[in-house]
Structure formats: C-alpha cells, structure tokens
Design a protein. Structure first.
Length: 277
C-alpha cells in the first residue's frame, strides 16, 4: 500500500510538467504543423513548405547555413582548447572561471547583443578608439562579420560547457597509458582525447548550430535588417506580413535541421555524457 501511495505521488508530481509541456510545446507545434500545411481557407496544401525553393528564400537559407557553419567552427576552435585548459588545471565545476562562462547565459540575450551594437556602430567604442589613435574608422556594423561575431559571443558557452563536461569524465589513467606507450601530445589528442570527447563535441555543435541557424535578433541588431537570414524571413511573415501559413511552412523546413541534430545526439551521445551540468 505504501509503495502504491509513493508511486501515485510521483505521478502527481509529474503533472505540472505534463501540463506545461502540452501547453507550451505540443500545442504550439501542432499549430505550426496545421498552419504550415494549410492555406488561408484551411485547405490542405504543400505550397507553404515548397516556397522554400523560391530564390529569395533559398538565398536567405544558404546565407543562414553559411554563417551558422562559420560560427560553429569558430566556437569549436575556441572552445576545445579552452575546455582542455580548464580540465587539465583541475578547475572544478564550481570555480570562478567556469562561473564566468556561465554568467552570460544568465543575462538577457537582447542586452548582450545590444552591447555589441554599441561597440561596433560607426560612432561606437571601437571606432572611437581608432579615432583617438589617428587610425581610419572601420565599417564593422551591418556586415556578415558582425553577425558571426554576435553568434560566437552569444553561443560560445554552449560549446565550451558540453566539451568541458565530457573531458572531465575522461580517466587520467587513460591519458597516462597513452603517454607511457610513447604517444606524443598530437597523437594523444587525435587518438585519445578527441574520440572520447565526441559526445560533447556533437552536443556543442548542435547547441550552437541550431540557434545560429534560426536566430533573427542578432541579424536584426548587428545586420541592421540589411542582411536577411531565414529566421528574419520567418519573423517578418508572422509579424509584418501576417502570413502565418507561409511562416509556419518555412518553420517546418527548419524543423528538419532540428530533427537531424536530435538524431546525431541520440547516435553519438547515448549516455548523455555531453550534456551540460
């Protein structure tokens, strides 16, 4: 009887989460699917999804894929050495340095991006310093480079933390065994560190690539609405064009990339080793 009562209590405790999941995940997804596969009269159509093949949408999608890929590669190149340094120095998860990387995640995403807008604009801090040094001003804002910089800054912690977490789980005896067998640092990195950290790398790539692909705030603020990514196109269809059907159809296309990312995580990170804290 006692076990039955405890089992029922656990089910009741899961109730609020189930309500939240249905209200904020399942229902919105069903609405996106409905609007994406129907026209304004409610009739079934694939025109909204197939509109991704129009020249303007293809251009926005390829630009989004390109910038997201570049941002992800830069984050990986920065995050892996940094995660190794943190791990080799024995810095714990509760240390101040790790706290510094987590801190930006607690700040408002919009405020972090606005800070870079202040730094990069024509009369901003960086050009002010260049002027004081009698150097020519640079056109930093409203460029693809500014968008990539914003993506890297905002999403770098999501690459560092999974890699750092999986590196901390690698046994020191494994590394010492490789060195005892005469492996150099490069050989140890390529044949020991890297293969064992694949779950964290896949998790980090997913956590950076997907939000970079779907973002519209960064490109709006740092691109000055002059550089349209696929996220900007979808956002405009919902807000300015009031065309929920087309916006939902394009959203369904982006869901394909999310499903691919989920499949990669399920394949390479079966035990959740690359998850953050």
């Amino acid at each position: 009887m006692r076990r039955l009562w405890e089992s029922m209590n656990k089910k009741w405790l899961a109730g609020p989460y189930l309500v939240w999941m249905v209200g904020f995940i399942v229902i919105p997804l069903l609405l996106i699917v409905y609007y994406g596969l129907t026209d304004k009269s409610g009739a079934f159509t694939l025109a909204n999804v197939l509109s991704i093949s129009t020249p303007e949408h293809v251009k926005a999608l390829w630009l989004s894929l390109g910038l997201s890929l570049v941002s992800t590669v830069i984050c990986l190149l920065l995050a892996y050495p940094l995660a190794m340094i943190l791990r080799n120095r024995g810095i714990g998860q509760g240390s101040f340095i790790v706290f510094i990387f987590i801190l930006p995640m607690w700040m408002n995403f919009l405020l972090r991006t606005l800070a870079w807008q202040t730094l990069l604009e024509k009369s901003g801090v960086i050009n002010g310093i260049l002027t004081a040094l009698h150097l020519p001003n640079q056109n930093l804002i409203n460029t693809p480079g500014a968008i990539i910089l914003g993506m890297v800054y905002n999403f770098l912690p999501f690459m560092v933390l999974p890699i750092y977490n999986v590196l901390c789980k690698i046994d020191d005896n494994t590394i010492n065994a490789a060195r005892d067998l005469g492996a150099s640092f490069t050989q140890t990195l390529l044949w020991v560190w890297f293969p064992l950290s694949v779950p964290g790398i896949i998790s980090g790539i997913t956590m950076v690539f997907v939000p970079s692909l779907t973002t519209f705030v960064i490109s709006n603020l740092l691109g000055g609405s002059k550089i349209l990514l696929i996220g900007n196109v979808i956002e405009q269809e919902f807000t300015k064009g009031s065309n929920w059907n087309l916006g939902s159809g394009l959203s369904l296309v982006l869901m394909v990339f999310i499903l691919i990312s989920m499949a990669l995580i399920a394949k390479y990170d079966k035990n959740g080793e690359g998850s953050t804290f």
